[in-house]
Design a protein around this ligand. Structure first.
Ligand SMILES: *Cc1c(COP(=O)(O)O)cnc(C)c1O
Length: 496
């Protein structure tokens, strides 16, 4: 299996090269050149998550032996990293409605599903491409990704990771998660400024030829851990299969009975993995894209017009506050039969912030996808009513998914059995969840650490190990730099 760039101006490469490069040098994203199908998924009904993941990953990772894929899968999805042997368990909320909990990893959000295995795939990829340099991962984070990447890459031989976060732009818990990070190859640096400052600083370092040459001399090379890397997308396909197989195993659905998925969406990475699962033969009816007030994708799925020229809104589901959904480029490239239309639209997006796809593509999109959004009030109300009805505390991102599921049911009457993808633990966004479930006086003036305890007392759920006692752990990273000082900070960190 080779990988092609969505911009069509770079020769197809192997899986290991696609993973090592991250983004294609012509600015495009790598996608599989051919389609992949899974023979008789039913044979995996009684398999473990690891066995299912192996079966899904193997055909995409040409050049990796069975043993190598198995090693990667077991290094990522095991009892030291995940707090349940099921790895990605289903929770039945109501007849025909299940939640797929993707937050049992070390950082309590779904990014662990990919970032726990990416470092292992990347390490094997550098070996296969006979890369001698040590790989340096640079990340700018607004919260979740940085911590998940740190946990994934910590102490992985042959790699270093440097994370920049905006000094004032992350929650207290997110900050503590990062500045207490352990590991011998990790650095965490605060930037005076906002997330855009950190992000533009990282981009500038990535593309600076003098820095690259300097680092190459010292035996280092940059790579990327963000969601444009195919190595982050492909592990996500596995949990769509796993959810279906669990429903089959538990007798919730019949053989080859189609199910719908609702996916809280930001960068379109998670839901795109669902699209690939469907292409591989998984019986999925509709993929329902749930957005918050930054509803650029809802508009696109309904009209075929993508327009990022709108105000950016800060919401209670911050990991979905995104106006450029990078992975949509892959979907368009797939739906247009790998021709040059996606590249043209992306050029229009770069120049004008907007593009409109043709009617044939609109039809292809609406055949598979449906979308709506939920605002903050609806999100809070959903957390509250779900807890009252089922005793289940959901986080704000998951609540957006649940709210959009209800809208889908009333709009279409479609009663297909449905899985709502749950992307974060309620403890991770405990401030909003507490406000939804408790009265004002109980919440007012409390720190996030106190709220963890209160939420745990209320729900009887135990505080996940990754969030427990964070305020008592020693601070290991206290560097703060200006936007202008980021490059020096990287060079200093990488002195050998
Ligand atoms: C990243 C994230 C999302 C959005 O996922 P995409 O792949 O960017 O669409 C949703 N919820 C949570 C909690 C996240 O961390």
């Amino acid at each position: 299996m080779l990988y092609r760039s969505t911009r069509g101006r770079f020769e197809p490469v192997s899986a290991s090269q696609a993973i090592k490069l991250g983004i294609a040098p012509d600015g495009g994203l790598f996608v599989p050149a051919d389609s992949v199908t899974i023979e008789n998924p039913e044979r995996l009904v009684n398999s473990t998550y690891q066995e299912r993941a192996q079966a899904v990953l193997q055909p995409f990772l040409t050049g990796f032996s069975d043993d190598e894929v198995r090693e990667c899968v077991h290094s990522a999805y095991n009892a030291t990293r995940f707090d349940t042997p099921a790895i990605a368990p289903l929770h039945k909320l109501a007849p025909g409605l299940h939640l797929l909990e993707l937050w049992h990893g070390p950082t309590c959000a779904f990014k662990d599903m990919a970032l726990q295995i990416l470092p292992h795939l990347l390490k094997k990829s550098t070996e296969k491409t006979e890369e001698d340099a040590e790989i340096v991962i640079l990340v700018a984070t607004s919260g979740d990704t940085g911590k998940a990447a740190l946990e994934g890459f910590r102490d992985v031989l042959g790699t270093r990771i440097i994370v920049f976060y905006p000094e004032q732009g992350v929650s207290e818990i997110q900050k503590r998660q990062m500045v207490t990070q352990e590991g011998n190859n990790v650095s965490v640096i605060a930037v005076r400024g906002n997330f855009d400052d950190a992000q533009s600083g990282v981009k500038a370092i990535f593309t600076d030829d003098t820095v690259k040459a300097d680092l190459a001399n010292r035996g280092f090379k940059f790579s990327s851990a963000n969601s444009i890397n195919w190595g982050r997308l492909v592990p996500q396909i596995a949990y769509y299969f796993s959810a279906y197989l669990d429903l089959r195993r538990d007798g919730e659905i019949g053989p080859r009975e189609a199910i719908n998925f609702v996916v809280p969406t930001g960068n379109f990475g998670n839901i795109l993995a669902g699209f690939y699962a469907r292409r591989m033969g998984l019986p999925i009816g509709r993929l329902i894209c749930a957005a918050n007030r930054n509803n650029v994708l809802t508009d696109f799925i309904r009209t075929g017009v993508y327009d990022r020229n709108r105000a950016f809104v800060r919401t209670l589901s911050p990991s979905m506050d995104i106006l450029i959904s990078s992975n949509l480029e892959r979907l368009l490239f797939e739906l247009t039969g790998h021709d040059n239309r996606a590249a043209i639209w992306m050029e229009q997006l770069r120049k004008t912030g907007r593009y409109a796809v043709d009617t044939e593509t609109v039809r292809a999109v609406t055949d598979l996808f449906w979308s709506d959004f939920a605002d903050d009030t609806e999100t809070i109300n959903t957390i509250r009513t779900t807890y009252r009805e089922s005793g289940y505390p959901m986080d704000t991102h998951t609540a957006v998914g649940r709210a959009v599921y209800d809208k889908y049911r009333s709009a279409t009457g479609d009663a297909t059995k449905t899985v709502v993808v749950s992307t974060a633990s309620p403890f991770k966004f405990n401030e909003s969840v507490s406000k939804a479930l408790l009265d004002k006086e109980t919440v007012a003036g409390r720190s996030e650490f106190e709220l963890l305890e209160i939420l745990s007392g209320l729900t009887g759920w135990i505080i996940p190990p990754g969030l427990r006692d964070l305020d008592k752990k020693p601070i290991r990273h206290d560097r703060v730099v200006d936007r202008e000082g980021m490059q020096d900070a990287v060079l200093q960190t990488l002195r050998k």
